[in-house]
Each structure stands twice: as C-alpha cells, then as structure tokens.
Design a protein around this ligand. Sequence first.
Ligand code: C2E
Ligand code: MG
Ligand code: MG
Ligand code: MG
Length: 286
Amino acid sequence: DVKHRGRNAVSLFDPDLQAEANARAWLERNIPAGIKTNEFIPYYQPKMDSEGRCVGAEALLRWIHHERGVISPGEFIPIAEETGLINALGQSVLRQVCAQMAHWTKLDALDGMAISVNISARQFHERGFVDEVITIVEETGIDPARLQLEVTETLLLDDMNQTVEKMSALRNLGISFALDDFGTGYSSLAYLKQLPLDVLKIDQGFVQDLPDDSNDVAIVQTIIALAHSLGLDVLAEGVETAEVQDFLIQEGCRVFQGYLYSRPVPAEDFERYLQNLDDPANSKSE
Ligand code: C2E
Ligand code: MG
Ligand code: MG
Ligand code: MG
C-alpha cells in the first residue's frame, strides 16, 4: 500500500495537493472541449485617460463553463501554457477580438481607440505566430493600428534577436505593443531600449497601496520617469480609488485601468457603453 511507503510518499496523499492535482487534470482534460464549444469568451475592460474618456480596452478571457460557470484566467492560463493548449486558445481569443473589432468599426464606435489582447510568451514564440496574427487581421479586415498586443518580460527568456524581429514585423503593420505587469519580471533595463514597445503597464501590485506605501511611490515614480525618457506611454493597472488615480495624474501618468472605472464586461455591455459615449444625452456635463 503506497500510503505506508514512508516519508517520500506522504505528499501524494496531502489532501490539498491531491485537490490541486485533480483540478489541474480536470482543466487539462476539459480545455480542448471548451475551445471547441466556444466557452472561452473575451471580456473587455475599458482604459481611461485623465479626463475620464475611454481610450480603448483590454480583452480578458473568461471560461464560461456549461456546468461550473465562470472560471478565471488565473486558473486555466497557466495550465494552458504548460500543456501548449495556449496556442489554440490564444488564436481563438485573437480571432474573436478582431471579429468584434470589425463589428465595432462598422458601428463607428472604435474612434481612435486601441483594443489590447494578452499574448503568452509560449504563444509568441510559436513558429507561425506572426503569420497567424497577419492572417487574422487580414481576414477580419480590422485596422492593425487599432490592435495592441500585451506581452510580459518572460518573453525575454528566449532569443532576444528573434523576439525583436517578430515584434518589429507586427509593428511595421501598425500593431502596437504593451509590456504588461512591468516591474514584476526579469527586468533588465538594457533590453527595454531594444524592444520595439509603445506602452509600459505598471503592475497593479505597485498601484494599489498608493500613495501610502513609500516604496510603491518611489517605484511608480521611477517607472513613469523611465517610460517618459524612453518615449513610451505609461498605463497604470488596478486603479480602484479616485485617490490613487489623482496621485498617478499628479505623477504624470495619463492612462488608467481598474475597478474605479469598470470591471471587465461582456462584449455586449462594452458595446452599449461605447454607443452611449456617442450619445450627447449621456455627455458628462449635466
Ligand atoms: P493582466 O493582463 O495583467 O490583466 C489584469 C488583471 O487585473 C485582470 O485579471 C483584471 O480583471 C484585473 N483587474 C483589472 N482592474 C483591477 C482592479 O482595479 N483591481 C484588481 N484587484 N484587479 C483588477 P483577470 O481578468 O483575472 O486576468 C488575469 C491574468 O490572466 C491577466 O493579467 C493575464 O495575464 C491573463 N490573461 C487574461 N486573458 C488572457 C488571454 O486572453 N491570453 C493570455 N495569454 N493571458 C490572459
Ligand atoms: Mg494584460
Ligand atoms: Mg497586468
Ligand atoms: Mg498579470
């Protein structure tokens, strides 16, 4: 009986580890079916400027499982990355978002906005990635200048030259790049100036305790100064209070995302929101 084999086997029967292993196995088994039956749905969270105007949105994936309900990406993205399912999943997300953008463009609702899509390092480094993106952009007919890809510093664990080459190929088409979760990864300032980036996204971990945490204040000031001196835009994630927003504005940050403005919402809700922006009856001056 394995149970009695001694110390080394004990962890196999740790109920928490067992539960975690079961959860992982369940995810691994069920993600492919979820992709096939279109249960993976991008939600949209608006990005705002300092005047309270919506300047775009980030697509954030949700798994609407037919029995289990909404499963958050924090649960399934890591498994999808490890198993390689992220390639099919990421392609499905990008296709859905671009199709949605084409629809919003027809409604004239995307005026000057950019919609961003998260791209895992593993997906980015896939051989056919650049061609896949180009195909989707062409098939949906969207303006590539309206599309932004969010990548993280883990990208840089791989061949730097190839990373720059791939980013440049997409950027030459007009697609922009944001560096997500900036400050949490394997940052070396040397690579930053080599990467063809447009935006630094300050990780929400540095944002949430502003302005009380003096370390976070120093880090955020440094990131904003760094972005500006490199000619990059800077966006703060995880803005939950007006106090945090006002502090960031005072420090020179101009684009924000967070629960203060909106949680990620389904496409229909974001569309309604975009259309109300056009309606003079809903203008802010009342
Ligand atoms: P992320 O790209 O850094 O996205 C920001 C996360 O912060 C999102 O969590 C968002 O819902 C959450 N958030 C936004 N505003 C606030 C706020 O004011 N307070 C707090 N506490 N949280 C806020 P979410 O949607 O659970 O996504 C988690 C992560 O999963 C994302 O982090 C991203 O790394 C990954 N992810 C989501 N969708 C995709 C996708 O389509 N592809 C890939 N590869 N990764 C994705
Ligand atoms: Mg992101
Ligand atoms: Mg982030
Ligand atoms: Mg993240």
